[in-house]
Design a protein. Structure first.
Length: 253
């Protein structure tokens, strides 16, 4: 499950994979006001504040189709604008640049990154990952330094790419089973939520990175988000044996 908010409209947009829908809730009453149907296995999202469009990855393997979809949702009207067909059956994270109209997505089944103009309907480029690096799931973007960050699960790695050319700048070992990654532009850090730990990487400059800390997490606690306005990192911890489900809140130091 993923979500996005519109403070100006007092609405929350929840991507409910089990319901194959984007559900729109009132931010005050928490009542659902609309439901926008998408294909099965809806998950990763990206929001464009300039157009108020939300991009939702769905379909593919669970839909038993050879392609995946990125559905474009107009959050002003709570309606689907169109579907962008991606010709591979496993697409994960998607990120948008602010200075232009490019969209980056993890073509997980191809062990590659896809690049497209989000005004268009087809990929403009496909950038392969280094040989042997597979299961690319999480993604983040440092637009000012032209760096795209990709995390793989097999093996666990943080891969830094030039976001203009797709050239791999460097890669580092990382925690396994990562699902989410956040880039902290103020502190020049990356937060990777994985199985048992949150890896914190320091960005020394655009080309050099190092592991700053391994913060203890929990079993399969691989969903997290950094909120720069609050200077906090939130980690979702699932129920497991004697561990109750909870949300852990970390103050950034």
């Amino acid at each position: 499950m993923r979500f996005s908010t519109r403070k100006d409209l007092k609405k929350m947009f929840i991507v409910a994979g089990d319901a194959s829908a984007v559900q729109v809730y009132d931010a005050d009453s928490y009542k659902m006001g609309a439901e926008i149907k998408v294909s099965i296995d809806a998950d990763s999202i990206a929001y464009d504040p300039a157009t108020h469009y939300m991009y939702v990855v769905n379909g593919g393997r669970e839909a038993h189709t050879p392609y995946s979809l990125i559905s474009v949702i107009d959050t002003n009207t709570s309606k689907k604008v169109r579907d962008i067909k991606i010709h591979t059956n496993h697409v994960e994270a998607v990120v948008l640049e602010k200075s232009g109209s490019r969209l980056f997505c993890n073509l997980t089944s191809l062990s590659a990154v896809g690049v497209m103009d989000r005004k268009g309907s087809a990929l403009k480029a496909t950038w392969p990952l280094p040989k042997g690096d597979k299961a690319n799931v999480a993604m983040a973007l440092d637009e000012s330094n032209h760096r795209l960050f990709v995390v793989t699960r097999n093996p666990g790695k943080l891969i830094v790419m030039n976001s203009d050319t797709g050239k791999v700048v460097t890669s580092l070992d990382a925690v396994g089973m990562v699902d989410d990654m956040s880039y902290d532009a103020q502190h020049k850090r990356l937060y990777l939520a994985g199985d048992g730990d949150v890896d914190v990487f320091e960005q020394k400059d655009a080309d050099h990175y190092s592991l700053l800390a391994k913060v203890p997490g929990s079993f399969r606690a691989k969903t997290g988000i950094f909120i720069p306005e609050l200077n906090r990192y939130y980690l979702a911890v699932p129920h497991h044996e004697k561990q109750d489900a909870e949300v852990r809140v970390y103050e950034i130091q």
